[in-house]
Design a protein around this ligand. Structure first.
Ligand code: UGA
Length: 413
């Protein structure tokens, strides 16, 4: 927002983060973010504060706090959303817009609209679709912008204001879709449910391919050429993780249940189950590849982040596979180009001297460092056993086999 010329104040309850950001340091790894942050802080258009009073007088307040899974069940925990509104209430001026970006159960926006009504500010819902690792690109060049508002003059004014805020993206061709509040909330939940379903679909096909002696990567390629299907999100392997898709499909199903329509999204439980089975399958492949016993064997795990270009290890399938192998008594060494510090903070017992003397190598995050830059011949010189399990179906199987490795993909011959 600051790079587009807006005057921005970022507010967070975590004073440590506020201090780091004020000094121009991003609290996580995200390609392109550090440069934008530095430029914003230097220009004076981007400031940070812990006190919500710093938001007083703003024209637009973006609400972008997390909505994690509740400790007690599948539903979303809305504590941070409500706390942020509590903090904002005394500082909202009539005519201001509160634009919700957090992923919330449908119906939340209407409730928040009632909460802020007495201030004369207007609530709009403007869901966020960015991907980690591509956050800067997805923000500046979104596939679409969705704004939900009530069908009132105030709602229309809020939509107009947001249209001006996003003028640069709209001019660059982003479709700007105006909906009611509930539809805007649903677009987000439905988009993530669809993406998760697509990934689990191809992973279900991987299970079949494995039993039938077929190759799921060739299948995905052939399916993907059908323009009605498309190749993206047909990447098979150990499945989806991270801070969004897993908890979002559970929260979506929980909300549908509350609305009396649980059966409409019953398949999301299946999507979740297929996804979690991939982690079991990866562990089983490693165990089988090592002759049925991993106790005391040295296993190099390449990848900790839930996806490349990210240091995020929240619900990371990669890290879960590593931790489960260790639970079976293996001597596991994890490496990752970006996420190793975060991985170590969660599992301090995992080290980072990876390939040397390994009995098996397990690739669980498809970083270019492993996909392209790790040469099977070179890796073969470091390890004790030339066994590679490709948990992301991202390696050139023929090249690894040619270098004397036993290659195991997921759903591949
Ligand atoms: C996801 C959505 O893609 C974003 O549109 C959304 O805004 C975001 O959640 C959110 O709700 O905030 P993200 O979690 O950053 O974004 O990452 P993705 O690139 O979607 O990947 C999610 C997981 O699916 C990763 O673990 C990835 O490895 C896995 N994946 C992705 C596959 O297993 N196969 C694929 O073909 C694609």
């Amino acid at each position: 927002m600051a790079s587009l010329g807006h005057d921005v104040v970022g507010i967070d309850v975590d004073e440590g983060k506020v201090a780091d950001l004020t000094a121009g340091a991003a609290p996580f790894f995200e390609p392109g973010l550090a440069e934008l942050l530095e430029e914003g802080v230097r220009s004076g258009r981007l400031r940070f504060a812990a006190d919500p009073a710093a938001a007083a007088g703003a024209e637009v307040h973006f609400l972008a706090v997390g909505t994690p899974q509740s400790a007690s069940g599948p539903a979303a925990d809305l504590r941070f959303v409500d706390a942020a509104i509590d903090g904002l209430l005394p500082h909202l001026r009539p005519g201001a817009v509160v634009a919700g970006k957090s992923t919330v159960p449908v119906g939340t926006a209407a409730r928040l609209a009632r909460r802020i009504a007495q201030t004369g500010a207007t609530l709009a819902w403007n869901p966020e679709f960015l991907r980690e690792g591509w956050a800067v690109h997805d923000t500046l060049r979104p596939d679409r912008l969705v704004v939900g508002a009530e069908d009132t003059p105030q709602g229309a004014a809020a939509v107009d204001l947001l249209r001006r805020v996003y003028a640069a993206a709209i001019d660059a061709g982003a479709p700007f879709l105006v909906t009611d509040l509930a539809t805007a909330e649903l677009v987000k939940g439905a988009a993530n449910a669809f993406l998760a379903t697509k990934i689990s679909f191809i992973n279900a096909m991987a299970e079949i391919a494995e039993a039938a002696g077929a190759d799921v990567t060739l299948l995905a390629e052939a399916l993907g050429h059908d323009s009605r299907i498309g190749r993206r999100y047909l990447g098979s392997g150990i499945g989806f993780g991270g801070g969004c898709l897993p908890k979002d499909i559970r929260a979506f199903a929980a909300r549908a249940q509350e609305l009396g329509r649980g059966e409409a999204v019953g398949f999301l439980h299946e999507v979740d189950a297929i996804n979690l089975r991939r982690r079991d399958r990866a562990v089983r492949l490693v165990v089988d590849a090592l002759g049925g016993l991993v106790f005391g064997r040295r296993i190099a795990v390449l990848g900790a982040a839930f996806k490349p270009f990210s240091d995020d290890v929240r619900d990371s399938p990669a890290l879960e596979v590593a931790v489960r192998l260790r639970g079976l008594g293996a001597d596991v060494v994890v490496t990752d180009p970006a996420a190793i510090e975060n991985a170590r903070a969660r599992h301090p017992q995992l080290g980072d001297e990876a390939l040397r003397d390994a009995d098996a190598v397990v690739v669980v995050t498809e970083w270019d460092e492993y996909r392209r830059e790790l040469h099977p011949q070179h890796a073969g010189g470091l390890v004790r056993g030339r066994i590679v399990i490709d948990g992301r179906n991202c390696l050139d199987a023929d090249a690894w086999r040619a270098a004397g490795w036993t290659y195991h993909g997921m759903g591949r011959r």
